[in-house]
Design a protein around this ligand. Structure first.
Ligand SMILES: Nc1ccn([C@@H]2O[C@H](COP(=O)(O)OP(=O)(O)OP(=O)(O)O)[C@@H](O)[C@H]2O)c(=O)n1
Ligand SMILES: O=C(CO)[C@H](O)[C@H](O)COP(=O)(O)O
Length: 278
């Protein structure tokens, strides 16, 4: 286990993303970068602090996500989209927890706009940029801290082959479509559908071209990057089964769940204490 950064506050975290010897890296010729949208306000969490900055065991949630990515040595650059008002907060987090290879860009008013801003920073025509255009870009929500290297490798490799790839999970509940009068219109067959999670990965040229062409409606209301690659670049994403830990911290209770997973990683929760609580 890696110790936490020297002098950093918070637990000496095992860090998500590192277990055992780890999976093999992709071919060294594959240039990979990551974009982390972190410009949301976390309305559904219902607390004043945006959820990515909420503390879990004394450490901001986004710091765990950054740690999971920066421990993957083949991810060269990590671009984080943050609102102007939280830029200083983010810089303080980077300094305090000694995050590496992180660049900041200004977030947009929607998630898609924040991602687009991150992609623009990686484009080759950026003057004075220390970033270089990657072949593959991973997109991962700042509020999904438990991503493993193995999963990142799977989506990056599949993106190189297929142009796009994304993590999926089985649906827990059936998805239904209501009609305008609040009654059931139709219901989807659960076994034939999947929940789309993160991370996702793309050939950079594919996803950048998709964002450049996409409509204001997509940028405002879209929730699915894989759909943009399909709609604008005719790229059918490879879907990769992910672990349950990829879920997105959304509600207040998710912070408690994240805390208990991190404690489990530290060995702070023993099996007997779990059993006695059941
Ligand atoms: N304008 C936005 C909106 C969202 N995000 C980011 O996109 C990710 C996933 O979005 P979501 O979970 O919906 O975050 P919020 O928009 O913050 O949450 P809510 O929908 O509850 O307001 C988060 O890391 C969030 O910070 C972003 O970068 N820019
Ligand atoms: O769900 C997703 C994948 O499809 C995205 O990860 C994302 O979290 C969607 O966020 P929002 O619902 O706020 O747009």
């Amino acid at each position: 286990m890696d110790p936490g950064p020297a002098g950093a506050a918070g637990p000496a975290e095992p860090g998500p993303g590192v277990r055992g010897a780890g999976p093999a890296a992709p071919a060294s010729s594959l240039a990979v970068a990551a974009v982390l949208p972190a410009g949301g306000s976390g309305e559904r969490m219902g607390v004043p602090t945006p959820k990515q900055f909420c503390r879990v065991l004394e450490r901001p949630l986004i710091s765990y996500t950054l740690q999971a990515l920066e421990r993957v040595c083949w991810i060269k650059d990590i671009v984080v989209s943050v609102t102007r008002e939280n830029m200083e907060v983010m810089k303080d987090i980077i300094q305090k927890y000694q995050h590496e290879r992180v660049s900041l860009v200004e977030a947009g008013v929607t998630r898609h706009r924040s991602i687009f801003n991150g992609l623009k920073a990686l484009a080759e025509d950026q003057p004075d940029s220390k970033l270089s255009k990657p072949e593959v870009v991973i997109i991962h929500d700042a509020v999904r801290p438990f991503v493993e290297e193995d999963m990142l490798l799977k989506v990056a490799t599949a993106a190189k082959e297929h142009g796009a790839a994304g993590a999926i999970r089985p649906l827990v509940s059936t998805v239904i479509s209501p009609s305008a009068d609040g009654c059931l219109d139709h219901s989807l067959e659960r076994a034939r559908h999947r929940a789309s999670e993160m991370p996702q990965a793309f050939l950079y040229d594919v996803i950048y071209a998709a964002y450049q062409q996409c409509s204001d409606y997509d940028l405002e209301f879209g929730t699915e990057c894989l759909q943009l690659a399909l709609k604008y670049c005719h790229v059918k994403a490879k879907l990769v089964e992910g672990s349950p830990d990829l879920w997105k911290v959304t509600y207040k209770r998710d912070l408690y769940a994240a805390e208990s997973i991190i404690k489990g990683m530290f060995g702070l929760v023993t099996l007997s204490s779990c059993v006695s609580e059941m």
